[in-house]
Design a binder for this molecule. Structure first.
Ligand code: FAD
Ligand code: SF4
Length: 340
């Protein structure tokens, strides 16, 4: 058994400084639902765990325009149950509830959820090579089991997918993440700036440095339209997404006047489908239009033999979600505006 030190500071500054000055041997722990599993498997072996549940907010603050500030220590369960989230950002509540189990959501936090590691089986199995766990050792997933893994944004060094649900909805909502660095300065990142593609350094999932602490997530006021999250998985619950879709759609006079589309399960990070969005604007929400727009998004995809089906699955899931939203719209495009 490996021993480690444990600290539970009461300020964000202390927590950041402890991890930042640990020389790479320390890390934050929040709910521990991902980190402790990785420690048990020997995937990671920190010498210092810095508990951050007391150093950031556990609350969701909602403003009259529907904007949210979500403390990083908010549990997934509290986030999904929050009345303002359910009313103004239902896509976020649906995404969180589609993840894990009730027990895990009661403990897992927003900060930890954003930074959970890939579920690639080779990454979790320390008897196998894996460029993400041990840079330069190889990627057995390419010739091996990759059915669950990514089809776009990958590199020759890693084809792992990001497993999160919450982050997909946050990508569609244009959320930003507040980060406090080990020496004090703070910065705000979009999700595209937070997550990085594997390239030739797949060991780094995100652009954060040692001691960078996520303190909160900001969600802007809801865009006009209706929103929904749909997750396709092998079992009805307790399974990670093969493909998921977070969408916001506004239709006026039969034409798409606003659209946000993000995919999970298909890329190393939540994948905001900006090319598909631009192809959909001004068009009718017909199945063939959505089909062509999503296929255009995947023009640069590099699927493997065992996961090429994900492109058709992403297309059909998007057709289903956007078609449902277009029907739901029924002339009323508002996301809870009447109740603000
Ligand atoms: C059986 C099972 C099924 C699951 N199914 C799903 C699913 O379907 N969908 C889904 O999205 N998730 C799923 N999860 C993952 C689960 O949601 C995550 O484990 C959880 O959200 C992580 O949160 P945590 O607070 O426990 O993080 P921890 O395990 O404590 O930490 C995770 C990582 O985040 C870092 N970290 C934590 N807080 C901060 C912070 N504030 N700033 C910077 N770094 C921080 C830690 O250092 C660590 O690297 C599942 C987990 C399990 C065990
Ligand atoms: S896909 Fe990435 S995480 Fe999986 S074995 Fe290859 S390098 Fe490791």
């Amino acid at each position: 058994m490996r021993t480690f030190d444990y600290a539970r500071p009461s300020t964000a500054g202390e927590a950041s400084a402890l991890v930042g000055s640990s020389g790479g041997t320390g890390c934050f722990i929040a709910g521990g639902t991902n980190l402790v599993d990785l420690m048990k498997n020997g995937v990671t072996a920190p010498e210092l765990l810095v508990d951050v549940r007391d150093v950031t907010s556990q609350d969701v603050v909602s403003r009259s325009d529907g904007a949210l500030t979500i403390g990083a220590a908010t549990t997934n369960a509290a986030l999904a149950a929050h009345p303002a989230v359910r009313r103004h950002h239902p896509v976020l509540a649906e995404a969180v509830l589609a993840g894990a189990s009730g027990q895990i959501r009661n403990v897992a936090t927003v900060g930890g959820n954003l930074l959970q590691r890939t579920r690639c089986g080779y990454f979790a199995d320390i008897t196998k090579p894996c460029n993400k766990r041990e840079p330069g050792s190889g990627c057995p997933a390419v010739a091996g089991h990759h059915r669950d893994l990514a089809v776009i944004g990958t590199s020759d060094h890693c084809v792992a997918s990001n497993p999160g649900d919450m982050a997909v909805a946050l990508a569609a909502l244009d959320a930003t993440v507040h980060v406090r660095s080990a020496t004090g300065p703070t910065r705000t990142l979009t999700l595209d700036e937070l997550y990085r593609l594997p390239g030739d350094e797949p060991q780094h999932d995100v652009t954060l440095a040692a001691g960078d602490l996520i303190t909160a997530v900001d969600v802007p006021p809801p865009p006009p339209g209706r929103m929904r999250y749909r997750k396709v998985r092998d079992r009805a619950s307790y399974a990670f997404a093969l493909v998921s879709v977070a969408a916001v759609l506004e239709v006026r006079d039969g034409l798409i006047t606003g659209v946000r589309l993000a995919f999970g399960g298909i890329a190393p990070r939540p994948w905001r489908a900006r090319r598909a969005e631009s192809e959909l604007l001004g068009r009718t929400p017909a199945a063939e239009v959505i089909d062509a727009a999503v296929r255009a998004e995947f023009a640069g995809a590099r699927p493997l033999a065992g996961n090429a089906f994900k492109i058709d699955l992403a297309v059909s899931t998007a057709i289903g979600v956007l078609g449902d939203l277009a029907r739901d719209t029924g002339g009323d495009n508002r996301n809870g505006e009447e109740e603000r």
